[in-house]
Design a protein around this ligand. Structure first.
Ligand SMILES: Cc1cc2nc3c(=O)[nH]c(=O)nc-3n(C[C@H](O)[C@H](O)[C@H](O)COP(=O)(O)O)c2cc1C
Length: 135
């Protein structure tokens, strides 16, 4: 049975919930899934999976450093990770409109969803008196 890792960083629980849901869906598709925090994921752990899904909240337009650290440290296994299926997701707070206007800030090789990007999920309209318009 193919093995999948869903590894996430979450401070207030939103990314954790999303990670758990993704793990559930992968399991329902017949994969054996490990759900772990990035803090509990060593770079060498990545070698043991056929599918690797990584998730993070958005912090100032990019991923949390805890996930970046894992990715940077995984560089020593780059050749060995070739051929695996990879996926990534990130959670947004209140600055979706601004980030869409500014364009994505993730480096092209980093995992990200299509939120706030052309063809991605719609960005909700500003709520008068509650949201600040993009500058
Ligand atoms: C320090 C910090 C920076 C953040 N930066 C952004 C940001 O640039 N864009 C955004 O949409 N949300 C931003 N957020 C909101 C988080 O991405 C959002 O609340 C996320 O759901 C938190 O995930 P968690 O509950 O898994 O920790 C930021 C939150 C914090 C604490």
């Amino acid at each position: 049975m193919p093995k999948a890792l869903v590894s996430y960083y979450s401070r207030t629980g939103n990314t954790k919930k999303m990670a758990a849901r993704i793990a559930e869906v992968l399991e329902s598709q017949g994969l054996e899934v490990d759900l772990k925090t990035v803090e509990d994921t060593a770079p060498a752990d990545l070698l043991g999976y056929d599918c690797i899904v990584l998730g993070s909240p958005t912090y100032y337009g990019t991923m949390a450093w805890e996930l970046k650290k894992l990715l940077d440290e995984s560089v020593k296994f780059h050749g060995k990770l070739r051929g695996k299926v990879g996926g990534g997701f990130h959670l947004l707070g209140q600055h979706r409109r601004r980030q869409r206007d500014d364009g994505p800030r993730y480096p092209p090789s980093a995992p990200h969803s299509r939120h706030g990007r052309p063809g991605g999920p719609p960005v909700r309209p500003l709520r008068p008196g509650l949201d600040r318009p993009a500058r």
